[in-house]
Design a binder for this molecule. Structure first.
Ligand SMILES: *Cc1c(COP(=O)(O)O)cnc(C)c1O
Length: 391
């Protein structure tokens, strides 16, 4: 088995090979065929690449080849965004009357699919505390078809015990699907624990340069085939040039992730000691309540941390304003550090009670980029000193 840096550079070599060293961009909506038989074959091949771009495109297939090999799955497919990956998979896998289990701490869009979209379609859902593996078991019903997990979770960096959830799901023939956006296959490979489907917001670390929205789903062909069929109907097709940019971004994923990991760890350790900080949520800290589980499942802890300030909402907001390098932005996973104050971002979307339950008011989500570690740490400590002095 070649190493991950070799995989990201070469795993797509067999897909639409050409003499061009950099893969050409197939910026076309449709492909022609020589004869009727070839045309009919191209039209029905799951995740094919030479019929119609909504059905597949060489640039999609190249991304999918790299993702499948990195995640250790049989196949993969690409979508126009992470949310397109999730909704397409869910619409393919569940029907009215079915039940889905998700997590309480999870990406906002995933929570909304569970709380709003699925119930409207007659699918019941239960959101559980993912730090308690038995909570999944208690939520299980005879109609449960799917368990959605996200580990580490956004924005509280809680860890899900993948082995325990998979064991439960397999005993009851329930499909498991893991959001691996935060960890990436460099730090965690859910399929190795038996998770059926692994999905990403490829907008984040996989692309890594904050210039593309994209999603991927990896898993066995037998599960991806119905999801691909559904994707023809939902139509959330990734543009060929965006697939090409995503492939280019992924080439350097194994070079970028160790720096994100180092920066995340250094920021967590430095801020954890600071008097303006009441708590740092980062699975790489020995003080994280699930550090042992994280160490068992992950080989690195990523660049995202949650930092809670002693001065609540106002101090968290002031900290963002005092930072020199990380800009105020909702995204993460790019080479540039970004920071967000979830309580101000969600204030307009949630009621006071919902907001209080979703996130501590003094929490900042810091997404470390690939800048020099010493610069990021000095910047964060100076900003923390400044807000402490002002309080
Ligand atoms: C951003 C994000 C998503 C949604 O992905 P999009 O590409 O924005 O649609 C899903 N899960 C996690 C953990 C994310 O951070």
């Amino acid at each position: 088995m070649p190493g991950k840096s070799t995989v990201t550079v070469h795993a797509d070599r067999h897909v639409h090979p050409s003499r061009a060293v950099a893969p050409p961009i197939h910026q076309t909506a449709a492909f022609s065929a020589e004869d009727g038989e070839t045309f009919a074959r191209a039209a029905t091949e799951a995740r094919g690449q030479d019929f119609y771009t909504r059905f597949g495109n060489p640039n999609h297939a190249q991304v999918a080849a790299v993702v499948a090999e990195l995640e250790g799955t049989e196949a993969a497919m690409v979508t126009a965004s992470g949310m397109a990956a999730l909704t397409t998979a869910v619409l393919a896998l569940v029907s009215a009357g079915d039940h889905v289990i998700g997590q309480r701490s999870t990406y906002g869009g995933t929570a909304s699919v569970l709380l709003n979209l699925l119930p409207r379609l007659g699918v019941t859902t239960t959101l559980v505390d993912q730090t308690d593996p038995e909570a999944f078991e208690r939520a299980l019903t005879s109609r449960t078809r799917l368990i959605l997990v996200e580990t580490p979770s956004n924005p509280l960096l809680q860890i899900t015990d993948l082995r325990a959830v998979v064991e439960l799901a397999h005993a009851h023939e329930v499909v498991t699907m893991a959001d691996n956006t935060f960890a990436t296959p460099l730090n965690q490979r859910p399929a190795e624990f038996g998770v059926d489907l692994v999905w990403h917001s490829a907008t984040k670390y996989l692309n890594g340069h904050s210039d593309v929205s994209a999603g991927v789903i990896a898993g066995p062909a037998a599960l991806l085939d119905p999801i691909w069929d559904t994707s023809l109907l939902t139509g959330a097709t990734l543009g060929p040039i965006d697939a090409w940019l995503l492939l280019r971004g992924m080439r350097t994923l194994p070079l970028r992730i160790p720096r994100h990991n180092a920066n995340g760890q250094a920021l967590a350790e430095a801020l954890h000691e600071h008097p303006a900080v009441s708590r740092v949520h980062y699975p790489g800290l020995a003080s994280h309540p699930q550090h042992k589980l994280a160490a068992d499942q992950m080989s690195g802890y990523g660049g995202v941390l949650g930092v809670e300030f002693t001065g609540g909402f106002a101090m968290a907001d002031a900290f963002l304003g005092a930072l020199r390098y990380p800009r105020r932005s909702a995204s993460l996973g790019g080479v540039e550090s970004l920071a967000v104050h979830p309580a101000s971002m969600w204030r307009g979307m949630l009621s006071e009670d919902q907001l209080a339950e979703a996130v501590p008011p003094g929490l900042v989500r810091l997404a470390a980029g690939t800048e020099d570690t010493a610069d990021l740490v000095a910047d964060a400590l100076a900003a923390a000193d400044a807000v402490r002095g002002a309080a």
